[in-house]
Unconditional design. Sequence first.
Length: 611
Amino acid sequence: MKKAIITTNIKNKKLTLIRPVSSTQIKRPLNSLLLLLLFIFMIIPGCTQHYAYWNSPKSEGASPFYQGFISTTRHASFKIVDDRGNQDVLVMLALSGGGNRAAYFSARVMTTLQHDSELDILKEVDVISSVSGGSLAGAYYAVTQDPEFVIPVPRCRLDCGVFAGLVNIDCQKTGKKQQLVIGKLTDEEKEEAQKAMRKAISGCSTKEKSYIDRLFNLSQAKVTSNRIWISREQWLEWSENRFLNLNLGFKRAHVEDLMSRDFISRWLQSWFWPTNIVRYWFTAFDRSDIMAQTFEDNLFDTKNMGFALRFGHLNPERPYLIINATDGTEAYKTKKQGVQARSQNMHFGSVFTFTDEDFTEHLSSDIYQYDVARGVMASAAFPAVFSYVTLKDFTDENDERYHHVFDGGNADNLGLQSLSRVLKSNPDRYKHIIVILVDAFIEPVGKSSKNAEPRSTFSHFLDMNFMDSFDALLKSNRQIGINDFLKENIALKDKMTFWHITFDKVDENTIDIKIPDDDDNISELNTLREQFNYIKPPSDNENKRELRTLRDGLNRIETTLSISDDNKARIEEAVRIIFNKDDACLKRIKKILLNENPNPPGAAPETAVCR
């Protein structure tokens, strides 16, 4: 019999107690530990590939959760079938990478386009090509619906008097902006509304009327996602008027709030879920999977029920969505392919898109059964921080292959290469082509020359100097990408309008929205800023303190999946400045979309293309 010796003190006297210990008491914890270790080592070989990939073969049917809800419209493609807005104009929106800086900038530009006083330009967009942070805003718009179904009628004559007495239809005309707001209708109400629309709408093309009819039918269709796209301005207006009823309230925040959430903190918190701990250490479930789960919970699932939204659930009223990533896979060909090599356009470092074309050609997989959150994560899988996103190649069941992709910024941080593919897939269909590039690029400023220790707190665990090298790479590739796009599509120059929306449009002398805290005369400087939009910083003789400009403040917004309130305010101010009502590009685009002559009197068409 083994004995346990226990020493204790009672009233300052040392006592020694001897207590018998059963051998089973000693063996029990040891045996439990051995059994746990044995179980772990038994499951590891079978689980190393579990959760490695999430895509499905092309022939697989729809998920039982969504039967009857998946739209027949397929909007993850380069082939445009359902045009939006002006049927003679192809409008393409490219959203660059740049973490939450890009997500917030993209969202603010999109809501500003939406709320233009003359025309809802966002409703005219046919295609969105997005990269990394820009994919958060682009994909969110593609899966959501508006709180009210609006049918814009900007190119027709609209007689609102015809709709008098009809329920669930609101006819609105404010200057050039005219639209119909459609609610849910019974079969009888729907028939009456269609008759009224035929009488009320005139003076536009047959294609335009056909598009309006299509929108009317979509207004009565069920959309899988119950998430909404609502701007901060709309949210505040609805809140003040108490329109946020239960049906809208549980759908929660406006888009600007969603795009500025601290996804890094939410990602780190998700690591400590018991299921994630087990999957992370004992299966192929990795950091990218946890962030994809974070994106899904915040943006890309159905509210309340929490079903993941797939590419098959893209709202058919929304633009086509092209999410861009970078191919990180070695060149290979399956046994089934024989001497046939992979596409010459697909190689290590090239653009891989989450579209029907790339999934079918390179993976024999069904993009419409793939989760949107995972496509966004692949586009944002920044090296060193996140792992590759892995896709299975189902081309040959006897030759198991996998495809690995990561952050799209490495191949094309602007999303322009995919827009060139769109143009090639839709030749000679349009009279005009409009490309709006939302570029969240910042001019790298480097580390402060006054700081002896350039490391941040996080850099004690992972040195972030690789971010500086990546910014330097983006800087050199950025203009090359723009020039290559324009050169590749030189044949379309006479009908293409290219609008580059970037922080470079902010005057370099505009004072920052937040004066550094060490300024001695903050009130005086704030008064000056309120009086002048553009003001040069005082010279050293006028003011011994360094005064930061708005451009400098924008350039200091880091590329990460979180953003501060100050940096959000800087982006807000930049958008306000960029969308000046006298901007030549904005004027030209609206004239084209409203079927007005965009060229100045006497000017040749090619000289009027804005850049």
